[in-house]
Design a protein around this ligand. Structure first.
Ligand code: PLP
Length: 360
């Protein structure tokens, strides 16, 4: 007996990941912290980490100690960087394993200082230049630096801040870069000190006179937060499913929950994936399409948990077993996300474990 193939799977093109990393390096001219939180944006935390581990990156950006521990347990050599403030119960493990936290409060500093008495904890300073999600405000920087002078258990190796509107508000973002640059210049540092601000949109569209490190996430997976730059990138994931049955339905017949009524005689193909796989239910009745044999086919009716129905009336040769592409190189997840009223980041991270990841 051979095991049957999955109904829905995501093909992950690791050569495209390498291409996008090269673009991040060349476009910014800086070192890259690859952001692989959220299971590498749905692409598979460990497989992506393994593919990047030989790239001599200074850091892999993760969300929490659980993700950092998965990297550690898999023998990944690149240092995990914990994006965001740490909880007290996480800090002993961070210090013991040599993961890099970003310090967001005096309380964090005092705790890491105690934990670093036998071996100093290497940490970055987080500055809040507009995100409001953690870090010292500009007028608190002096107090933070004063505090660090008395913390022999902490070795400050970098400073960072984050951009809330790099793909929405260029004027604010430019002022943020200017503010961050002047704050970074006021911190005494040597050439090895890491200074970082740019996420994907930040590294694509803005200049900085101080930063020497960028933190792209979405861009590495081949999706640009700024549409003008999409042509530089290669989407890494192609989400696929198969036609399970084709139904010839008469005009006036209902389709799916809620009974969307057909306006003509329709050849309707059923695909074996739905919101239970992470295909957004919010795409129901929003003009979304899938690709079958290279041709766009409109979604019919509502997305259900395990199946969707698409119009293949214009595809005379479409049959059971045909492959369908839900998104990928020729059908961008960012465009689909917009139709669903959300963002590519969310659509990618909501792919469920039921979808098999296939690495190429
Ligand atoms: C998630 C995250 C990033 C990556 O953002 P993209 O827009 O996906 O490039 C960078 N920095 C921080 C602090 C983050 O939380």
């Amino acid at each position: 007996m051979t095991e049957s193939p999955p109904r829905a799977w995501a093909e992950i093109d690791l050569a495209a990941l390498q291409h996008n990393l090269r673009i991040a390096r060349e476009h910014s001219g800086k070192e890259v912290m690859a952001v692989i939180k959220g299971g590498a944006y749905g692409h598979g935390l460990l497989e992506v980490a393994k593919a990047l581990d030989c790239e001599k990156l200074p850091f892999l950006g993760v969300a929490n100690t659980g993700e950092a521990r998965q990297l550690y347990d898999a023998g990944i050599q690149t240092t995990p960087y914990i994006l965001g403030a740490t909880l007290p119960a996480e800090r002993e493990e961070i210090a013991a394993r040599g993961w890099t936290p970003c310090l967001c409060s005096l309380e964090e500093m005092e705790h890491f200082d105690r934990l670093g008495q036998s071996k100093a904890v290497e940490a970055h300073l987080a500055l809040d230049t507009g995100m409001g999600r953690g870090g010292f405000l500009p007028d608190q920087l002096g107090a933070a630096l004063d505090k660090l002078k008395s913390c022999s258990g902490i070795k400050l190796t970098g400073v960072g801040s984050h951009l809330p509107v790099a793909d929405e508000d260029p004027a604010f973002t430019r002022s943020q870069f200017e503010l961050f640059d002047s704050l970074a210049e006021s911190i005494p540092h040597d050439a090895k000190f890491h200074i970082h601000l740019g996420n994907s949109a930040g590294l694509l569209a803005y200049e900085s006179r101080t930063t020497n490190l960028v933190r792209p996430g979405l861009l590495l997976y081949g999706i640009s937060p700024i549409p003008e730059h999409q042509s530089l990138l290669q989407p890494v994931m192609t989400l696929k499913s198969r036609v399970s049955v084709i139904n010839h339905l008469p005009k006036g017949h209902g389709v799916s929950y809620g009974r969307t009524l057909l306006t003509r005689d329709t050849k309707a193909a059923v695909l074996g994936l739905g919101y239970g796989d992470g295909y957004p239910r919010a795409l129901s009745e929003k003009g979304a399409e899938v690709l079958i044999n290279g041709t766009l086919c409109p979604l019919l009716g509502r997305v259900t948990m395990d199946q969707i129905i698409v119009d293949v009336t214009h595809l005379p040769h479409c049959q059971t077993g045909d492959e369908a592409i839900l998104y990928g190189k020729d059908l961008l997840v960012s465009d689909l996300a917009e139709k669903a009223g959300t963002i590519a980041w969310e659509v990618l991270t909501q792919i469920t474990p039921r979808v098999t990841r296939v690495y190429r």
